[in-house]
Ligand binder design. Structure first.
Ligand SMILES: [Cu+2]
Length: 139
């Protein structure tokens, strides 16, 4: 390879983001949704959230499986980057044991919740399988 070609190759490789990962495919009709609570619901006390899923299967994190993954709940935050692992913090909850519901203790006031399904490594599928955001009020 001539020197100029080598230099160009190195330059092109340098702009590829190192954090990007290959995303697992999801069926186009796969869907996650909130069984509970309902959008606009007013809730007293702990919030029981039930995750609905069609077109895919729930599997524990760490187990590579086609058309499967685990639930993530986004609380009072926008969508994370789709080409890397979903953050793990109080606004981004992972349910890597295959849980299909959670009980939240949220401060009083309005909150937004959104479901985002992720693969065995916690990376969203392609296309991303996510719910609409819902808003609830905790009294
Ligand atoms: Cu996860």
């Amino acid at each position: 390879m001539p020197m100029r070609a080598v230099a160009l190759f190195v330059a092109v490789m340098g702009i590829v983001p190192v954090s990007a990962v290959a995303r697992m495919q999801a069926p186009g009709d796969a869907k996650v949704y909130f069984i509970a609570p309902k959008n606009g619901e007013i809730i007293r006390g702990p919030v029981v959230v039930r995750f609905g899923l069609v077109g895919m299967l729930v599997a524990n994190a760490g187990i590579e499986k086609e058309n499967a993954g685990h639930h993530h709940l986004l609380i009072d935050t926008g969508l994370p980057k789709m080409d890397e692992e979903i953050p793990s913090d109080p606004k981004h909850l992972h349910f890597g044991e295959g849980e299909t519901q959670a009980t939240l203790r949220l401060p009083r006031g309005r909150h937004t919740l959104q479901l985002l399904f992720g693969d065995w490594t916690g990376v969203p599928h392609n296309p991303a399988v996510m719910s609409e955001p819902i808003t609830i009020t905790v009294q």
